[in-house]
Design a protein. Structure first.
Length: 69
């Protein structure tokens, strides 16, 4: 299995790199791609993919919690 990375972009989508299977709620699969961006704001006209519509209209900065020392 290849390595997969999902990166949360500030004020933007989830960037997925690596080969993964993307499946909708009904169990239908999307064509596989080596990399793609998933919409987090719900404004994209190409859901579940991001089309950049969020720019200037969506704010979300997510950070992993810091580990206690």
């Amino acid at each position: 299995m290849s390595d997969v990375q999902i990166k949360v972009l500030d004020n933007g989508p989830l960037r997925v790199t690596g080969t993964v299977e993307l499946v909708d709620a009904e169990g239908n699969t999307y064509p596989q791609k080596a990399a793609f961006s998933l919409c987090r704001c719900g404004m994209s006209s190409k859901l579940p993919y991001c089309d950049g519509t969020h720019k200037g209209k969506f704010e979300s900065v997510v950070r992993a919690p810091k580990e206690a020392e």
